[in-house]
Ligand binder design. Structure first.
Ligand SMILES: C[S@@+](CC[C@H](N)C(=O)[O-])C[C@H]1O[C@@H](n2cnc3c(N)ncnc32)[C@H](O)[C@@H]1O
Length: 233
């Protein structure tokens, strides 16, 4: 089975890319907390001096908006492979002062010339990359663009399709979204999409990150089937 791409996810006809920010809030447990935790981690780890943050899977612009809001000392370079999500990010950033400190490219991480980043984020993106060598290369490409010992905040879906615990968490995920106002139709389509993502177990993701060169993997978040770590380049 080939991995489902972000842009190939099925949604009802009346749901557009512009609904992404609202839907993400409804679906992703602790969506706001994720950004607050990542901001707190970077405030703790980065010096007061200006810092450049690499945002992998920057589509929609959420992490740049949230991390940038109260931190004028941080600037952002984002990459995302899906042009409509980059357009959405640019549009949202253009209406705020953060836009002047941010650039978002339609690009893969391995094609980005820029490097020596002080920190990086990879939020809900690595789980779109198949574990056929591509996920390891993707993590290595992030690592290669970071300064030595710089922190990466990675938040990703975890699980093993068919495993009892994973399947239970997926059913809870669907109900959680409906309790947050998502219609059953959209929740069902999302559940179907989720089952096609090349999500891997926590152990496998840790193994891949370690192989890619990251150290001191430090769990910072867990919400149903989403797990987050800090890892150091
Ligand atoms: C679920 S969205 C998350 C966006 C953002 N990080 C957030 O939390 O709002 C996943 C994003 O990853 C992007 N994406 C998927 N595969 C990618 C890849 N290999 N490299 C860069 N971006 C990718 C998609 O285009 C999409 O915009």
């Amino acid at each position: 089975m080939s991995a489902l791409k972000f842009e190939d996810q099925k949604f009802p006809e009346n749901v557009s890319i512009n609904d992404y920010a609202r839907l993400a809030e409804q679906f992703i447990p602790g969506r706001r907390s994720i950004f607050t935790i990542v901001e707190a981690a970077f405030l703790e780890l980065l010096p007061e001096a200006p810092a450049r943050i690499l945002v992998v899977g920057a589509g929609g612009g959420e992490e740049i908006l949230r991390l940038g809001e109260n931190n004028p000392q941080w600037s952002f370079v984002g990459v995302d492979t899906y042009e409509p999500m980059v357009t959405l990010a640019r549009q949202r950033l253009a209406t705020t002062p953060i836009g002047a400190r941010a650039e978002v490219h339609v690009a893969t991480i391995d094609s980005l010339d820029d490097k020596n980043f002080d920190a990086a984020t990879c939020i809900l993106t690595a789980h779109f990359v198949p574990d056929d060598g591509a996920k390891l290369d993707f993590l290595k490409a992030i690592h290669a663009r970071m300064k030595s010992a710089a922190p990466l905040a990675i938040i990703d879906g975890v699980g093993v399709a068919g495993d009892d615990t994973t399947e239970l968490l997926r059913r809870i995920w669907r109900r959680h979204a409906m309790l947050n106002g998502v219609t059953p139709e959209v929740a069902n389509m999302n559940a179907e999409n989720f089952s096609k993502l090349p999500v891997v177990s926590e152990d496998r993701l840790v193994q891949l990150m370690t192989k890619a060169g990251f150290t001191r993997l430090t769990p910072i978040f867990r919400g149903i089937a989403i797990k987050g770590w800090l890892a150091f380049a």
